[in-house]
Ligand binder design. Structure first.
Ligand SMILES: Nc1ncnc2c1ncn2[C@@H]1O[C@H](COP(=O)(O)OP(=O)(O)OP(=O)(O)O)[C@@H](O)[C@H]1O
Ligand SMILES: [Mg+2]
Length: 350
């Protein structure tokens, strides 16, 4: 069902991603694959369908669960959970590793003490079998321990030929930053990875997606509703799915817009809130920059003027370029505009 609101797991439910899926499956033998794209574009869906289709055993790690200042215990818990979920496929090869205990259906990894198992050791053991290690929202691994985690992945890249790492990320610049594309000090620097950049549906494909989704639900939706959904949500599958479900439940298009803007307001407020940990001034500056962009200030000069006015002071150009770079890294904006049209509307409400 196209409008199933969970990430898709089956090929027949994945709309218009044949090329991406085939690309992923034919490259699945590589050491490192990256799936990138803005929120709600369908990264987890593509990942799950590919894992399902590949028929290979996999370990799926949801890095979104990590806090900003995660520690070893958190990382090991994440891996323990992921190993537990795939236990039936890998029990034979992890059973006798020092520092790994299997209690019923759950796996426990020792993360300290004399029985400690390092991530690199764990990867070496997993390498006895062809296994995929998928890390969803991998940019969340940035932080105090990212170097050690990357060193373990770099080690596996070089020595564990049976392992494939698939990393996904919705904050694309941060994901590149994690891998260290431009940083020759990064353990993964210079290593080739196969990348799939997920883009939104074209207008035609978006319309087809909605029509098919409504048909599957035996719901007549008139052309103008479909047109309006596409014009507002711009081919981003997650929003189209959400809109489709609400229309089916009897909401009007205006109500659907309102609901989605509120969701986006929440997400952006969280982002600004996270900047408050740095300082109140920085948080305010992010908010003002976003507001200036949503008002259509689409060049450096315009944005700089708008921000100076809002702050009642002149700011250094490096401050502004820093904020812009961060917002681009988080895939919120590109080229002085929002990547997600709903975010643009949401920022106007802040
Ligand atoms: N190609 C597709 N065909 C059908 N449904 C899709 C497709 N891509 C995404 N969806 C739907 O859109 C929603 C978001 O998809 P998914 O969770 O896979 O995206 P994501 O990029 O991982 O999002 P996030 O960044 O929030 O983690 C889900 O409801 C999913 O079922
Ligand atoms: Mg996802």
């Amino acid at each position: 069902m196209l409008f199933d609101e969970r990430p898709k797991t089956k090929r027949e439910d994945l709309f218009d991603r044949e090329n991406e899926l085939n690309g992923l499956l034919t490259n699945i033998y590589r050491p490192l694959i990256v799936l990138s794209g803005v929120r709600r574009i369908g990264k987890t869906s593509l990942l799950l369908v590919a894992l399902n289709e590949s028929k290979l055993p996999f370990i799926l790690i949801d890095a979104r669960k990590l806090k900003d200042n995660y520690g070893w215990k958190d990382i090991y818990e994440l891996f323990s959970q992921a190993l537990s979920s795939s236990l039936d496929k890998i029990a034979d090869i992890i059973r006798n590793i020092r520092g790994v205990s299997i209690l019923g259906t759950s796996v426990e990894l020792s993360w300290k003490g004399k029985n400690y198992v390092s991530l690199a050791d764990l990867f070496d053991h997993l390498n006895q079998k062809r296994i995929i290690i998928a890390i969803d929202e991998a940019q969340r691994l940035r932080g105090p321990l990212s170097r050690e985690v990357k060193e373990a992945i770099a080690h596996a890249y070089d020595y564990d030929r049976n392992l494939t790492f698939i990393l996904t990320g919705s904050e694309v610049g941060l994901l590149y930053d994690l891998i260290g594309i431009e940083n020759d000090k990064s353990p993964l620097y210079g290593r080739y990875f196969y990348e799939i950049k997920l883009d939104r549906f074209s207008k035609e494909k978006g319309i087809e997606f909605l029509k098919k989704g409504f048909e599957e639900n035996k719901k007549e939706a008139n052309e103008s509703t479909i047109e309006e959904i596409i014009n507002f949500f711009d081919g981003i599958p997650g929003w189209l799915t959400l809109a489709g479900n609400y229309i089916i439940s009897g909401k009007s298009i205006e109500e659907v817009k309102e609901i989605s803007i509120r969701i986006a307001v929440n997400e952006i407020s969280n982002l600004i809130e996270s900047k408050r940990n740095v300082s109140e001034i920085v948080a305010k500056r992010y908010k003002n920059t976003l507001k200036c962009i949503s008002e259509g200030n689409n060049s450096w000069t315009k944005l700089y003027d708008c921000l100076s006015k809002r702050e009642n002071s002149t700011l250094s150009s490096s401050t502004l370029s820093n904020i812009l770079q961060q917002l681009e890294n988080m895939s919120i904006i590109y080229n002085y505009d929002f990547l997600d049209p709903v975010y643009k509307e949401a920022v106007k409400r802040l």
